[in-house]
Design a protein around this ligand. Sequence first.
Ligand code: HEC
Length: 258
Amino acid sequence: MASAEQVIAFRAWVANTGVVWVDHLAPQFRDYLGKKASNDNTLEFFSKNPALATRELSEIVSKTATRATFRVTSDEYRNPANAPDGFENTSIQTFKSDKTRRYNDEFEGNFYRYSQPIYVQESCLKCHGDPKDAPADVITKYGDKRAFGYKVGDVRGIISIKLPNLTVIDVLLTLLNPYTIGLIVLAFLLNFLFTHVAIIKRLKELSLTTERIAQGELDLALRVNPNSRDEIDNVGHTIDLLRNSLVVAMNRLRKNLS
Ligand code: HEC
């Protein structure tokens, strides 16, 4: 799933730089791992580790139109807010016992649940390998027991995505707004206008030809389409038949007279 790949890429970017430092905390995102001041003490910086940055990204995404939520969780979670639920626990165990599994998914009530394993990479070991290598900030905030001792390639956790399971009706309802309705009405009007103009043009042509036949131009070719047989073509055919009968009748008349 493309969004899972994007999240993993985003995390890898944060992990490769260790943490990201921000120069202030947005009101809705107060959490941080550590902080430090600039040398002259005029500025203060806060660090955000990959899991934290992902959580904040997820919160932003969940407010967008798709209402998708994603999060990172693990059986060895450090932050209680990241504790896995039933589906997530099953997924973690599945990925741990079968390293070839790429994803796990299911429908749960009104939601589609999807998960993908997160494997430990070199860049993660700094904070999830030997606690001795870990930044002091991590030890201060979470201690040296949880989520350490991983090796490259281990299943560290999962990225878990939850999508509202939209029905066809939901999708149709989103179409019910003045803008789309206006477009549909406009399309009907244009369609009506075009066919209308075309019909009037053909009827005019037919009546002109019929008029000339009536005035004696008996071998005038009627432009009748032999393949299409709509109402106007039918009238054309009938006029053609009438003209033929007229020619035959006149020939007979001439013979009788001579
Ligand atoms: C700078 C230190 C640091 C690095 C580097 C780091 N992590 Fe973490 N990780 C943490 C901290 C601290 C948490 C605690 C949870 C939080 O802050 O939300 C965490 C949490 C997690 C969690 C969620 C479960 C939990 O413990 O709450 C997963 C999964 C995870 N990390 C995987 C990774 C992976 C995979 C990498 C490498 C790509 C990585 N981490 C790199 C510090 C780090």
